[in-house]
Design a protein around this ligand. Structure first.
Ligand SMILES: NC(=O)c1ccc[n+]([C@@H]2O[C@H](COP(=O)([O-])OP(=O)(O)OC[C@H]3O[C@@H](n4cnc5c(N)ncnc54)[C@H](OP(=O)(O)O)[C@@H]3O)[C@@H](O)[C@H]2O)c1
Length: 381
């Protein structure tokens, strides 16, 4: 069997490392062609020794000392991840850079017609219609890595689109699901980063605590599955066993269950339509208890803000994503209280001048403007 050539963008992050764990289990099936990282060159070097890529890219200021890099080409800066995505021999691009920096390489991969295993939900949040349109033109396939979207993809398989009633995204509720509301103001980054079920990068962990992560996933699902926003529902499911559900017009609800482990959706995205050993602990059914409840919008105002952005359309979701990135960064730096995150997002979104998006440049301009407005709005929070 010819090995599938992989580009792993964000290889030093949580999803990148989980992807490499899956690759390690299947040396006959996958070859790592290229790796792209941000700043963690020490870890990148270890990955190079183990996986022997032909191309690596570093976005941060770190550099390989002269003499290093033999046996593989190196690129630096934002363009490096694009080169990694489209390097000769890459069949599938694992898009696991965090944040808006992931958009350009995803777009390049999609334009080149390669298969994209998508963890970087921001690409679809910012530019969903453009990314999907490019995929239609190039024939690129987009396989979700987000566990919720992977579950939906699996639950849609073999069914007719017209029989779909709605998509039900599950949300763990994060670390503050049961915290008294009046304590949220004083929650620290350390407390917000402690997710009860998942071990993830900092940005997505804070987004889980505010539930903006679920809001971004609603937007991702809207474009990935071409479903109207009003047909996407969110339910709280603290155990993170049911990864999401699809309800059909006859009342059937189809779902995918497993222990919470990102290796499973990664393995599924890499090997589709086959299923391969992922290293995920099998789910013990005896004694399993599954709880579901409606999200409390007072506790999680970010969820409503994501629906608001979808309703506004055009550049609004890109602006939402940008102000969220600024707000989370400010919170992590101690410059904004936890409850300031949703206040800053609301302020910037409410005053956003929505424009149509016809190109990636329109999206990037909205991103720049919203970041500037977020910094200006900080003084009012
Ligand atoms: N973690 C999860 O369980 C999970 C689940 C579902 C979806 N996702 C999504 O997957 C994406 C990655 O999340 P994560 O948790 O893996 O994040 P993470 O642990 O923070 O890792 C981010 C990765 O991106 C790299 N990076 C950051 N900025 C970059 C840039 N400008 N250019 C090139 N590389 C850059 C980082 O490099 P350095 O570390 O070298 O600086 C790191 O390798 C996010 O979009 C997130 O929403 C994550």
């Amino acid at each position: 069997m010819r090995k599938k050539g992989l580009a792993i963008l964000g290889s030093t992050g949580s999803i990148g490392e989980s992807t490499l764990e899956v690759v390690r289990r299947h040396p006959d099936r996958f070859a790592v062609v290229s790796l792209a990282a941000g700043n963690n060159v020490a870890r990148l070097k270890e990955q190079i020794v183990e996986f022997k890529p032909r191309f690596v890219s570093i976005n941060g200021s770190a550099r390989f000392p002269a003499g290093e890099g033999e046996g593989f080409a190196v690129a630096y800066g934002a363009d490096g991840a694009i080169q990694a995505a489209t390097f000769d021999g890459v069949d599938t691009v694992v898009a696991a850079i965090s944040g808006s920096a992931g958009l350009a390489p995803v777009m390049a991969a999609v334009r080149s017609g390669r298969a994209v295993a998508l963890a970087n939900k921001e690409a679809l949040v910012m530019a969903g219609p453009l990314v999907m349109e490019e995929a239609r033109k190039s024939g690129a396939t987009l396989m979700p890595i987000d566990s919720e979207h992977s579950a939906i993809f699996q639950s849609l398989a073999g069914h007719r689109k017209q029989d779909l009633r709605r998509i039900i995204l599950t949300a763990s509720g994060g670390p503050f699901l049961n915290a008294p509301l009046d304590t949220l103001e004083t929650m620290t980054p350390g407390q917000a980063l402690k997710h009860p079920r998942w071990n993830m990068g900092a940005k997505v962990s804070i987004d889980s605590a505010t539930m903006m992560n679920k809001g971004l996933e609603v937007i991702e699902a809207r474009w990935l599955f071409d479903v109207k926003p009003e047909d996407i529902k969110v339910v709280i499911h603290p155990q993170s066993i049911v990864h999401s559900m699809v309800e059909y017009i006859d009342g059937s609800v189809i779902s995918q269950l497993s222990t919470p482990d990102m290796k499973l959706p990664i393995a599924y995205a890499l090997a589709y339509p086959e299923r391969i050993e992922s290293g995920t602990t099998p789910l013990g059914m005896a004694g399993l208890s599954l709880d579901f409840s409606e999200p409390d919008h007072l506790r999680f105002p970010c969820l409503g803000l994501a629906y608001q952005a979808l309703k506004l359309g055009g550049t609004a979701s890109a602006a939402l994503n940008a102000v969220d990135e600024v707000a989370v960064e400010m919170f992590l730096k101690g410059a904004l209280p936890f409850t300031g995150i949703n206040k800053l997002i609301k302020r910037v979104l409410d005053s956003h001048d929505v424009k149509a998006i016809k190109s990636i440049e329109d999206v990037m301009e909205a991103d720049r403007v919203a970041r500037r407005e977020s910094l200006d709005a900080m003084k009012f929070i």
